[in-house]
Design a protein around this ligand. Structure first.
Ligand SMILES: [Zn+2]
Length: 279
């Protein structure tokens, strides 16, 4: 189950300029990576607008009609039973719709924080009246929410899957797949081939798209999952700056050792490989 798999709950991300915070609307407030919430692991609850002192809000989205608003304060706020918790809680928080709301709100909050000023002339931006866009009142430059494509790559060779572990990264204890952001001027398939070569020194073939996943925790990520096979030599040459480990792991060994039941596309692809469902 990936973080965005919340059906039958309906996610409505359409910007609604007429939306106003009601007492029962959920209020989302971040201080850096910390989210104001009531968190009794794994249960996550957002404070309502009524539970916070009066202040400024920006409409975010609705989940089955329940509206979420971003609170625009620099300082810390207090609400009954709430504290500031690291946004990484979204990986295991329940119910999953609240975890999805938290990470999606984080994506938008990060973008609003960096879109305060015009990137062309430095004037303070204002929110557009009709759509989710920041507009410069001086030069008219428009800034839209940032979405950055990146790839997750499952490289296979028969019944073996290439797993990696990141060096110097939060969550680095977890198994990962080769991954990286798409760079200017390349296709997602070219990103796949380049990242695999850079990280583990392997050539790949039969690159096939699998699924995508919104991943707001990486400041606007949109993950594109790909399967591919090693082309030629299978000897790993590790990029030690990015990776701490890289290894071929057999399906049988993964069946025995793989326990990470996360909400990320990476986890789903590893589980699909273990089940023999990789294309
Ligand atoms: Zn400007």
């Amino acid at each position: 189950m990936m973080i965005q798999d919340i059906a039958p709950v309906r996610f409505d991300n359409h910007y609604d300029p007429s939306a106003r915070p009601a007492p029962e609307s959920f209020a989302v407030h971040f201080r850096g990576r910390a989210l104001l919430c009531a968190y009794d692991a794994p249960q996550l609850r957002f404070p309502t607008v009524a539970e916070l002192p009066a202040g400024d809000y920006i409409y975010l989205f609705r989940l089955d009609g329940q509206a979420f608003f971003l609170r625009r304060d620099e300082g810390a706020l207090a609400a009954e039973g709430c504290a500031y918790e690291d946004i990484n809680l979204f990986r295991s928080a329940q119910p999953q719709i609240s975890a999805f709301a938290a990470v999606t709100a984080y994506h938008l909050a990060s973008w609003y924080a960096e879109a305060r000023y015009c990137g062309c002339c430095g004037t303070k931006n204002v929110h557009d009246a009709a759509e989710r866009m920041m507009r410069c009142p001086s030069c008219g430059h428009m800034t839209f929410p940032k979405i950055m494509p990146s790839v997750i790559v499952a490289v296979t060779e028969g019944d073996r899957l290439l797993l990696t572990k990141y060096a110097n990264r939060p969550g680095a204890s977890r198994f990962a797949l080769v991954a990286g952001f798409t760079e200017i001027g390349e296709t997602a398939e070219q990103t796949v081939a380049r990242e695999v070569m850079e990280e583990v020194g392997l050539r790949v073939k039969n690159i096939r798209y699998y699924k995508s996943q919104p991943w707001g925790i990486s400041a606007g990520g949109l993950l594109l999952g790909f399967w591919c096979e090693v082309d030629g030599a299978d000897e790993i040459h590790l990029d030690h700056v990015e990776l701490a480990e890289g290894a071929w792991v057999t399906r049988d060994e993964l069946k025995r050792v793989y326990q990470d039941r996360g909400v990320a596309l990476t986890n789903e692809m590893i589980v699909e490989f273990i089940k023999g469902n990789n294309p």
